[in-house]
Design a protein around this ligand. Structure first.
Ligand SMILES: N[C@@H](CCC(=O)N[C@@H](CS)C(=O)NCC(=O)O)C(=O)O
Length: 335
């Protein structure tokens, strides 16, 4: 391997890895995609600070983990072809969508992955083949069963449970229906170029195409299906659009999915985290939703508030955030 290349340790079954790979492809950053397998697990572990993919091994030998800071760092290094819309309102909506993609859309992706037998079988089989490409069918089958045993108890990590199932499933249906309408008139969420928000959302929704139950849902929304496909190898197809053109079909997504769902959940999670409560309950769209407190989302919401509070002359953005029910979580000093 050439030392001038970045190496991405990832997996076709890791939405966060797909997100970062799409970004590297779009920015034409020279890289080698290295699926993490049993054979290279020791190499991966030697570099990893966290047992998570994606992991980027940079040409200078440094290591990056965590998809959001990886992309932010690359954006500083390769500033010429930006994934941030020019306009402040669109740019902040893109940042919020990326956060929502990572922290909420990951819930239905993961929930459907390990909930029903057909999805468990499809994903565990694919995962076993990708992790042990040189093993026999029998070894892969045995490993796939172990994966199901290991992953099903982890459903609770993202809040998947009989109580929360309806809320999680409805959120994906609502998102797909709204996105289908929005993407009817444009190749990417903010117009002719993929944004930070597109990368976050598309990674998780690509994961949904690998599981039979959600694959059917995606197929019945062809604009979304085509956009997910386009996002695997994104190209610049035109200009950013103005917020006034986007808002009729984008504001309902921001309000319905972030203002009325993700933020109320994320705020209660942060309150629970600060109070050192292991679980919390929040009412989301009329239903109680109980789950274990998530440390990472607490930190990412705080980072999002920091980004918002740094913005100057943000009056028009605040008006839009107010209309989307998103302003209070970003300005409240303590919960
Ligand atoms: N916040 C991290 C999350 C990364 C993450 O959760 N990665 C999952 C796969 S999508 C993972 O590595 N899980 C453990 C494993 O596959 O061994 C990011 O944005 O990169």
């Amino acid at each position: 391997m050439s030392k001038s290349k970045h190496v991405i340790y990832g997996s076709e079954y890791s939405p966060f890895s797909i997100k970062v790979r799409s970004y590297f492809r779009y920015r034409k950053i020279d890289h080698e995609w290295r699926p993490r397998t049993l054979d290279n697990l020791a190499d991966f572990k030697a570099h990893a600070k966290l047992p998570l993919i994606p992991l980027i091994l940079c040409p200078d030998g440094s290591v990056l983990q965590d998809s959001t800071p990886i992309i932010e760092k690359m954006e500083q290094q390769y500033p010429e072809m930006c994934i941030s819309p020019d306009d402040m309102i669109c740019n902040f909506m893109s940042v919020m969508l990326e956060e929502y993609g990572d922290e909420w859309v990951n819930k239905p992706m993961f929930h459907y992955r390990w909930w029903a037998d057909a999805d468990q079988i499809a994903v565990s089989t694919g995962l076993a083949q990708s992790i042990m490409p040189n093993a026999t069918d029998q070894e892969q089958k045995a490993f796939a069963s172990q994966l199901v045993e290991r992953m099903v108890p982890r459903l609770s990590f993202v809040g998947s449970s009989a109580q929360n199932k309806q809320t999680i499933e409805a959120s994906l249906e609502d998102l797909l229906a709204l996105l289908e309408v929005h993407l009817d008139a444009r190749p990417y969420v903010f117009g002719g170029k993929p944004s930070f928000g597109d990368f976050g959302l598309a990674g998780q929704l690509f994961g949904c195409t690998q599981q039979p139950t959600t694959a059917v849902m995606i197929e019945s929304n062809p604009n979304v299906a085509n956009w997910i496909e386009r996002m695997l190898n994104p190209e610049d197809l035109g200009e950013w659009e103005e917020w006034s053109e986007l808002s009729p079909t984008l504001l309902p997504i921001i309000k319905g999915q972030i203002g009325d769902l993700y933020f109320p959940w994320a705020i209660e999670n942060l309150i629970a985290l600060e109070a050192e409560h292991g679980t919390f309950t929040v009412t989301l769209k009329g239903s109680d939703f109980t789950q274990d407190t998530m440390k990472y989302t607490g930190r990412s919401l705080t980072a999002l508030r920091g980004k918002f509070q740094k913005l100057e002359n943000r009056g028009e953005l605040e008006d839009v955030l107010l209309a989307a029910n998103c302003l209070k979580p970003l300005v409240t000093e303590s919960w």
